[in-house]
Ligand binder design. Structure first.
Ligand SMILES: CCCC/C=C/CC(=O)SCCNC(=O)CCNC(=O)[C@H](O)C(C)(C)COP(=O)(O)OP(=O)(O)OC[C@H]1O[C@@H](n2cnc3c(N)ncnc32)[C@H](O)[C@@H]1OP(=O)(O)O
Length: 396
């Protein structure tokens, strides 16, 4: 049975499954509670399927099967596939759960799915906002989740098992998400992380994906990607907020200088170990850090790799406000929801007035930093550091 549980566990990652704990106690009742006045929209449903990927706790196999069944019923209607053989435990369990829903209408199944996800989110102490419909194209992988609610578009880094390290795909997806968020009807955009880290910076395995043009081509395309990525933050047209839910490393720290507000849990740390990695500052930090904290404090971070606590980062001006970890999510989201009700055009224009004084300079700094890094990535110092990390000899 342990094997079955393990395999069922993998269902959890499929995106079709979600969960509410109370519901599991009265499944039959719950499945028919939904009246016509309480229908969930297709957008609510799509949002719930995204939200389920962000739940912190595994809700258990019984709930997962329920979610699977509701998802299938909502998307395909009553069970219409042949019953799997008795030895095909997993598929039989899934089939039984779906078949048990009988002729439950698609709409009701959709509503119950949304309900289940909402109550599971509430009971799982998820660090992620409960978010209904986002009218947008979702990024190409689960590593980034974009949701919208209460005038706030939230972009969540979702690779908690890798401390939210940024893959090449994620850089592209974040750029797409920012482009969409800049144009949507939300007032504020938030970047945050799922799990115990905010982000561990560039995924060092990105360096292992060498194209036919060799390492020079890799460094060249990396520099173009870096420059484009940081440009999106420089040009982002509306208030951009970082909700730093845990330790932050590398590029996830440097670009904070381009955010309008940075809220951090007191558990967060801020680390830019560029010299250790044979690299050099990016994200415009060679300009924004000395400006906000003075040249010598910036040197401690960017040259000597001094790791700051959240409170130190707040004193240095990198962080706007620090919150106790136990109340971090609650306090921050209450605050942001209040801000999001301010007139959006006024906020957008005020942000742009502040940013426009610096834009040209920031673009020039970004171009220069990207060029310098292109050289650094080809250095022995950098290659040795990456090999050392990848062979598990080094950790920051
Ligand atoms: C094209 C644009 C380029 C922009 C350039 C940006 C420069 C930077 O961002 S430099 C910063 C690069 N980041 C790092 O050097 C961090 C490396 N990670 C660590 O030192 C540690 O993982 C940690 C201190 C962040 C966390 O340590 P902890 O003990 O809590 O967890 P781990 O067991 O080490 O990590 C779990 C899991 O995640 C993998 N992982 C973590 N960070 C990265 C990363 N940056 N790249 C690739 N993989 C990472 C780690 O290897 C573990 O994986 P396994 O479970 O498979 O062993």
């Amino acid at each position: 049975m342990a094997g079955v549980a393990g395999r069922l566990g993998r269902l959890w990652c499929s995106g079709a499954l979600s969960s509410p704990l109370q519901v599991t106690r009265f499944p039959a009742l719950q499945l028919h509670l939904c009246g016509p006045a309480m229908r969930a929209s297709q957008k609510d449903f799509e949002n719930a399927t995204n939200q389920v990927k962000l739940l912190k706790k595994d809700p258990g196999n019984e709930v997962k099967l329920k979610l699977y069944a509701l998802y299938k019923q909502a998307t395909e209607g009553p069970c219409n596939v042949p019953k799997p053989g008795v030895l095909d435990f997993i598929n039989k369990a899934k089939w039984d759960a779906w078949n048990a829903l009988g002729s439950l209408p698609k709409e009701t199944a959709r509503h119950n799915y949304v309900d289940l996800v909402a109550s599971l989110s509430a009971s799982s102490e998820s660090s992620i906002q409960v978010t209904p419909a986002a009218d947008r194209k979702q990024p190409g992988s689960d590593a980034l989740v974009v949701t919208s609610q209460d005038g706030i578009t939230t972009i969540t880094l979702n690779r908690p098992d890798k401390k939210n390290a940024l893959t090449t795909q994620m850089y592209h997806d974040i750029m797409l998400a920012l482009e969409a968020a800049g144009k949507d009807d939300s007032a504020i955009t938030v970047l945050t992380g799922n799990g115990d880290h905010y982000c561990s910076g560039n995924d060092l395995t990105n360096f292992t994906d060498i194209p036919p043009g060799g390492v020079e081509e890799k460094a060249r395309s990396g520099a173009v990607l870096l420059r484009d990525f940081v440009d999106c933050f420089i040009d982002f047209p509306k208030p951009l907020v970082a909700v730093v839910n845990g330790p932050a490393v590398g590029i996830s720290v440097t670009i904070l200088g381009l955010f309008d507000i940075v809220y951090a849990t007191d558990r967060a740390t801020f680390h830019t170990p560029f010299s250790h990695l044979g690299q050099s500052p990016e994200g415009c930090s060679s300009y924004t850090f000395p400006k906000m904290m003075g040249p010598s404090k910036a040197t401690e971070m960017l040259v000597f790799g001094k790791k700051l606590t959240a409170r130190e980062a707040c004193t240095q001006g990198l962080v706007t406000e620090v919150f106790p970890d136990s109340t971090f999510q609650k306090e921050v989201w209450v605050r942001l929801k209040a801000y999001s009700k301010l007139p959006p055009n006024a906020m957008r224009i005020s942000k742009q007035v502040i940013r426009n004084t610096e834009k040209e300079k920031l673009h020039a700094v970004n171009a220069e930093e990207s060029n310098i890094l292109r050289e650094r990535w080809l250095s022995d110092e950098c290659m040795n550091a990456v090999v050392s990390f990848l062979s598990k000899k080094a950790k920051l």
